[in-house]
Design a protein around this ligand. Sequence first.
Ligand code: HEM
Length: 415
Amino acid sequence: MSTMPSDRSPDSTLAFLREGYRFVSARCDRLGSDVVQTRLLLEPTICLRGRDAAELFYDEERFVRRGAAPKRGQRTLTGVGGVQGLDGPAHRARKAMFMSLMTPAAVRRLGQLFDDEWRARIPTWAEDGPVVLYDEVGRILTRAVWAWAGVPLAEADVRRRTAEMHAMIEGPAVLGPKHWRGLLARRRAERWAGELVDRVRAGTLPAPEDSALRVIAEHRDERGAPLPRRIAAVGLLNVLRPTVAVDRYVVFAALALHDHPHWRDRVRGDDAATEQFVQEVRRYYPFFPFAAARVRRSFEWRGYAFPQGRRVLLDLYGTNHHPALWPEPERFRPERFAAWRDDPFSFIPQGGGDHDTGHRCAGEWITIELMKRAVGALTGAMSYRVPPQDLALDLGRMPALPPSGMIVDGVRPVT
Ligand code: HEM
């Protein structure tokens, strides 16, 4: 057995918060290994990156999710008791609930709602002057996904709900007031989502048959029991929150169109080119930094010991930028996806492996659909200018976003 390469620091949590998306890769590069040991939150932690490591990480015989995610992430981002922390039959049953919402027709319906909302906003943007795309797209996504999920939404609540979703997304990797805002937003959101579940169950709130609200309220677990009210609320928020989070990817797509303007003409009206562009945005830009699991039973891999219970992080960003998998990984080149042979372990912005049986993101098709619609609107439905502003991405900030939120000006509808 070999000794696992290790960064000898007594605890690297602060370095992790400082270095962000580069933390794992910096150590892998320095130590010449895609398997490295560190200490995070005072706990020994194995960090993995690369295709083979991802395949290992998604082997359910070797890893469990129970107790893997740091508490501060659960209390803000995912919610305690969500699908993310389940294993075995309980996970399969809960995951099937989410996947049943992801039929091609349902994904298209959400895309259409988003498109309609976006186009309806263009005249207002044209009148109002500069707009912050991140804020606007967040609210458009809120309107679209609330309608899609069968959740009532008063116009007066759009800003508040969008802000709650943003606060939960930003909560895990920050300290102080931003983290507390995330905690508060989650507490409030679980309360109103739980009340909606109660009303659907009591028959006082009609929700369309295939809507997320109805499906989650009526879901039965692997033993045939309905979900406890709070867990159903967490489930509903697991649809609403990440759909609003697609606003970050939309900002990245707008940024990529700004930095690589020749792609504007290539994607316009061309579905295949739009798809390549969107995939490269998901590969290139930093969003979800890593996935966490624990070793189910001790085993050995490539000569290294993985002791039972050890926390393991899979570096999603680092794998998408691994030079052995992606030639010139720091160049934005959508054409690399023209010849891409689908591999569930080397392109993992939303996790890897299998959607139904593993923990890979349930919303991947929704994300791609919404991004394609956004690129269509940015290149086909409106013209705009990008005024001087701070667009620099700080890889030490998780989740990353250009400081300006991407301001656009001089918006005109294209007819
Ligand atoms: C905004 C873009 C998104 C990103 C970057 C993203 C990323 C991720 C990642 C990294 C995971 C964890 C994978 C793992 O643990 O192995 C995940 C899980 C999940 N995502 Fe997403 N996601 C996005 C959008 C969505 C959307 C739109 C939905 C639903 C409508 C969604 C629902 C879920 C659910 C339910 C899980 C838990 C899956 C499980 O544990 O089995 N996500 N996502």
